[in-house]
Write a protein that binds this ligand. Structure first.
Ligand SMILES: Cc1cc2nc3c(=O)[nH]c(=O)nc-3n(C[C@H](O)[C@H](O)[C@H](O)COP(=O)(O)O)c2cc1C
Length: 223
């Protein structure tokens, strides 16, 4: 598979089959992704990989926390900008509308939205759920490195016929994630990553999101 094919075929999948993922494929993905560039070669990423009963325990613990209204301290970083300006506000609203639209969740259907939100915590039924974290002492630069590592994981997954969904939703329940996986206090939970086999034609999986033309964000300086 060419890199461009991996990029073109990657999209966030929100419905997975239960087929298990071979441990060897996961190890290959993780070790190959760890070739990611990082400033000073700090390699600041930390990863917890859950599957089987451990994946189910993590999901169950978060679902229980939601049922018990145990929202803890919430995410430890700004998952979104504190103030939404244009064009970002419109982009977020558009993708939300598109996703809920194909799922048949109408505007104002708070219960439907909450149900969809909760599916995050089951990793959309993916057999593998990863949690990416970073040492608290790391700066913005190292968060860039973690993003590169995360993207490499997602692209390498394609080469093994796997799909993914990055999930900042897990940062919101980092207190539960931390407890279940024994993640130390000196790490910040960045996000989850669902990994598994997805049917690209399943309703929530056929959302092809928009992108701005490159002229909107690229300035050329030539000559
Ligand atoms: C860091 C990060 C966190 C995300 N968190 C979530 C999430 O919690 N739940 C979800 O359904 N999608 C999540 N997404 C997926 C985005 O909605 C998706 O990447 C975006 O709409 C573009 O669509 P695409 O990935 O299909 O190209 C996240 C993406 C990124 C990069």
């Amino acid at each position: 598979m060419r890199v461009s094919e991996a990029i073109a075929s990657r999209r966030s999948m929100r419905m997975f089959k239960s087929n298990p993922v071979p441990r060897a494929d996961l190890e290959w993905m993780i070790s190959t992704a760890s070739r990611a560039a990082s400033n000073g070669n700090l390699q600041p990423w930390r990863l917890n990989v859950t599957s089987g009963k451990a994946r189910e325990r993590l999901s169950a613990a978060i679902q229980k926390a939601i049922d018990g209204n145990d929202h803890g301290p919430g995410a430890e970083y700004d998952v979104y900008p504190r103030k939404f300006t244009e064009p970002y506000d419109s982009r977020r609203k558009t993708v939300g509308k598109q996703l809920y639209g194909i799922l048949g969740i109408g505007k104002g259907d708070a219960a439907g939205m909450a149900r969809q939100m909760r599916k995050n915590y089951d990793f959309f039924d993916a057999p593998v759920g990863m949690i990416l974290s970073v040492d608290r002492g790391m700066g913005n630069g190292q968060w860039v490195d973690c993003g590169i590592f995360l993207d490499q994981l997602m692209l390498l997954a394609r080469e093994k016929g796997l799909h993914t969904c990055p999930q900042a939703a897990f940062s919101r329940f980092q207190h539960v994630v931390r407890r279940e996986l024994g993640i130390p206090d000196n790490e910040v939970v960045i996000c989850g990553l669902a990994v598994g086999y997805a049917d690209p034609d399943a309703v929530p999986n056929n959302l092809i999101t928009e992108r701005a033309p490159i002229g909107d964000f690229t300035h050329w300086h030539e000559g």
